[in-house]
Structure formats: structure tokens, C-alpha cells
Design a protein around this ligand. Sequence first.
Ligand SMILES: [Fe+2]
Ligand SMILES: [Fe+2]
Length: 283
Amino acid sequence: MTVKAFLEVDSSWILKFEKVTEVTALKTAKPIMDSDEMVRKEGSTMGFAITDTLGDIVAQLPKAGEVFQNHRIDFCCGGNRALFEAAGEQNVDATQLVQELNALLDAASAADANEVDWTTAPLSQLVDHVLNRHHAYLNTTLPTLGELVTKILRVHGQNHAELAKVHQLFYTLKMEFEQHLIKEETLVFPKIVAFERTGSKDALEQAVAAIDELEKSHDSSGQVLKELRKVTRDYAVPDDGCGTYHYTFQKLEEVESNTFVHIHLENNILFPRLQRTSNAQSA
Ligand SMILES: [Fe+2]
Ligand SMILES: [Fe+2]
């Protein structure tokens, strides 16, 4: 079964995943309260404050975890600490840090507001969107997530044998994704852009010829993600799971969410548009 068919059969997954994006999560972020200690981004009606806890911030904005990692701020075992407290320990300016987080918040909200009709937008714009929102995400997330998956296996593997399977599945997925992204970025997407720019029928046909193989790869990755969800019992963290355990499962679920939108855009919109254009040219 292709992922397209898989998504059609289990469309509730798409709905769910589209709702669980970090952007949507931001909409539920609590409004900041008035306080001298709090920093509000100018002109913004919602956002993070320096008194918010690290755990709450990462829960509402998963990307904040990467920001904290960059600043060497431990948000895993010390997730209950306020942002200003944790920042102070690392000699990081809390005001600048919260502004950085709120900029990410605004960017994600703006991206959500600027929804484009991908069934009619230029193909090259759709390709750019896939590269910026999905390929870039995987290219930056997979290496760090791999380290986390290995870390929780090392620390918790003795008590939670399923983490060995999570480790195996994740690295299978990572390898598949890396090869898949390289193929799209170097062999397929440039042909699509070239076709739109020059009208080259050869470029279009070369892109269309790759569709079957790409869909099979999507299908394989979709099955691995499904298996990961099953093995983790819907990413349920056991009672003895530490902050890293929680964050790792949260990021795995985020990868699943991002990937299903990614595959949806390619299987259900980009590839059919290429195929229809090819058919029309052959008619
Ligand atoms: Fe892709
Ligand atoms: Fe793809």
C-alpha cells in the first residue's frame, strides 16, 4: 500500500498530525500575565515570560529545546526551574533569551497564518516550501534526536527493553530519510524547478519517472513511524522516565507529525500535479 493510500485509509492521522504541529501548539500558549519580571515581545498579545518554567516552554514550543541546548541550559532534569533562573546559571541574558523564543513563536504563528493553496501555487514555490519546512527540519532534527535516542537507551534500556527497538527503528528511519532527501534535493526537485523555468519536457519526464520510487520510500518511512508509535504505546513515557526521556518521545512524535504533512504535500499534491501536467503534454 502506498503512503497515499495509507493516508486515505487512515485520514484521521493527517487531521491529528496537522493539529499537533508546533504552530498549533502555540495557539494554546497561555497569555502572559502582567508583571515587572515578565518580558513581552513588543506588539505581541501572547508569548513567553522569563518566569515561565523551562518545561512549560518546551511543551508549548518544541523548538525551544534546541535553543536551550544551544545555550547549554539543562531543561530535562531541571525543567521546573523558571527561565530567568536557569539562564542566570549559564550567564545567559534572560531578556534576550525570551525575545529569541518569542521570535520563534511569532515566526511559527505567521507561517501558520500564511497558508497557501498548494494545488494552484507555482510548483517551484511548493518545492521551496517542502525544502524549508520539512527537509530542513529533518536535516537539523535527526542528528540531535539520534543522540537522544541513544542516550535514553543507554540510561533506561535495562528497565525498558522496548527502547532497543525504538533505537533500531529510529536509525532505520534516519537512514531512509537521509537517502530519500538527497535524492529529492539533487535529482528530482531541480528537474521540477527547471521544467517550470524553461518548459523542458525532458526535465518534467525525469521528475515524473522518479515518482513511483519516491512513493515506495514514503510508504516504507510511514510504516516505520507507525511501528515506532506502536512500540512506544503512542509515545507514552513510563513513570520513571526522566526529562530527556520525555523530550525524546516528544521530538519523535514531532517528527511523525512533520513527516505526515511532508508526505501529504508530495504524494497528494506535488506528484499528482506533475503527473497531470505530463499527461496533458502527452495528449
Ligand atoms: Fe521530501
Ligand atoms: Fe519525499
